[in-house]
Design a binder for this molecule. Structure first.
Ligand code: PEP
Length: 252
């Protein structure tokens, strides 16, 4: 049975004190969640260790990082590696977010190397893919996403792929308030699952968790999560408000 997940990507928000308060508020408001569902808090790096300590004892609530560098260590000023993330007890790493692709030059090739380094450390990547608006407008969204998936994931073996969480995040929906319709989300998730069945096996495709991301909020989460191939969400803006985030978790 596929794992249902809601992950909250805080991006570059909250100071240390604010972040600790937000983790505590999330823990107070999220009950459970139910069996086979998981919540992943993804705060900035400096909060990872505190967050890991705070969620201890809540077996369905986990902590992830927003990015990592592809090398384990070395002269890469300002970067953080997968072994460093593992050393503080975080278990997930977002890789390939559209903001990393756009502002920090993360190419498909680099994203593939980051995924390798995350997997090598025993962590799970949350791999983001999704088309920009012109591709959607010219009906090229499936080609874009297929290309991103082939370049980032096709080199993995089946065991490795089973540890990957995929997040379909149409770039035009991220932080814009313009959500993909439930049908658009379902169509792309079904396409991704079908692609994985072709590239790997049907069993693996059936088991992999595919999240939707892009202006997901309490008012639209129920309809999005009700889609057959939508296994939860990667939440940006709404994850900064514990009431909104916990309301989205309830819709899983
Ligand atoms: C994101 O950045 O991954 C995201 C989905 O952002 P938002 O929910 O704010 O659109």
């Amino acid at each position: 049975m596929r794992q249902k997940i809601v992950a909250g990507n805080w991006k570059m928000n909250t100071t240390l004190d604010e972040g600790i308060i937000l983790v505590k508020e999330c823990l107070e408001r999220i009950d459970g969640p139910a069996d086979n569902t998981k919540v992943i808090l993804v705060p900035p790096f400096y909060l990872l260790k505190d967050a890991v300590l705070l969620v201890k004892g809540r077996s369905s609530i986990h902590v992830g990082a927003q990015n990592c560098y592809e090398a384990d260590s070395g002269a890469f000023t300002g970067e953080i590696s997968a072994p460093m993330i593992r050393s503080v007890g975080a278990e997930y790493v977002i890789v390939g977010h559209s903001e990393r692709r756009k502002y920090f030059g993360d190419t498909d090739e680099r994203i593939a190397r980051k995924i390798d380094s995350v997997l090598k450390e025993g962590l799970s990547p949350i791999f983001c893919c999704g088309e920009e608006l012109p591709a959607r407008q010219s009906d090229q969204q499936e080609n874009v996403v297929e290309n991103q998936i082939r370049k980032a994931l096709y080199h993995l073996n089946g065991d490795q792929l089973q540890r990957v969480i995929i997040a379909y995040e149409p770039v035009w929906a991220i932080g814009t308030g313009q959500t993909a319709s439930p049908q658009q989300a379902q169509d792309m998730h079904a396409f991704i699952r079908d692609l994985l069945a072709r590239l790997f096996t049907q069993e693996i495709a059936d088991e992999i968790t595919i999240l939707y991301g892009g202006s997901c909020k309490p008012s639209n989460a129920e309809e999005l999560f009700a889609q057959k191939d939508v296994d939860g969400g990667l939440i940006g803006g709404a994850s900064l408000n514990a009431n909104d985030f916990s309301a989205i978790v309830k819709e899983l």
